[in-house]
Design a protein around this ligand. Sequence first.
Ligand SMILES: [Zn+2]
Length: 329
Amino acid sequence: MVERPYFAMPYRGIFRVTCPTPFPGLDHVHVYLTDGPGGGVVVIDTALPFGDSYARIEQSVRWLGRELTDIETIYLTHAHPDHVGCSGLLQEASGASVVCHPICAENLERMQTPDRWERMAEIYIEHGRVPDATPPAFATRGGFEMSLPTSVTTIDEGDVVSFAGGDWDVYWTPGHEHGHVAFHRRMDGVLVVGDTVLGRITPHIGFHGDPPDPLGQFLDSLEKVAALDPSYVLPGHGRPFDEGAERARSIAAHHELRLRRCIEILTRRGPLHAMDVARGVFGRDVMFFEERLALAETLSHLEYLRLRGRLHRELVDGIWLYAVPKLVP
Ligand SMILES: [Zn+2]
């Protein structure tokens, strides 16, 4: 019997290929394979061309008795490297259309412009981070290469797409990434959720200047998922799970706590820049790569509060300092 350690069928007719990633703390990502309405193969998310990811996808398609040339559509849940990195290779091998939200399509373009990383580094410095002596590996693509599609077709909330023998409603679920979509099958309540709701970890919600309120959008997306009350959730990372509504609510509660923690820290020690708040929230031992994530995540919380009048900020010597508004007696 052939061993298929990275290949599984987590739901009837929907197959999962688990691929490696170079990211510390998140060492894998799932690619889903299923039947398309045209008799070919549908791929949802594509992993990164890192390690043997591409070979795993190719081998898994063969285990289904198909070839890469049989791929008819490639759906992308969102424009993060671990979800889109092999999409160009797969499109090239199959001629399939790559389909995603219009904002995801824009972000695929932006991923290829180096000044995006420079702008992000500037934002981090404005918020108290000590500039890097050398750019991070991911900014120079030292850590991995991506292969992005040459053409993209877009879908938006309200559209219906077909795969795995059913019709799936498209939902826009921004927050983790601005062009994120999830697919919900009304017939049985299955939700292909990307990274909007994960089983064990909370998805990273980072502020990078644009859009201005990723956390606010994410909390709305969680409400959307909770309202769907999915019967079964197929996520981008980790195990599939039921109790999707409950999980969405518990992730929202986690952010509520973190918002309160930011207010607490600023009430006690403010005004502070976001990097100092991040150290207060995450502890001083935030590591090189994690430091950026911790800062971007904390900023999404601080900006959420500021946009709702619960914090204000002031530019002092080129650095934004956040504070709790003083009550005037
Ligand atoms: Zn992911």
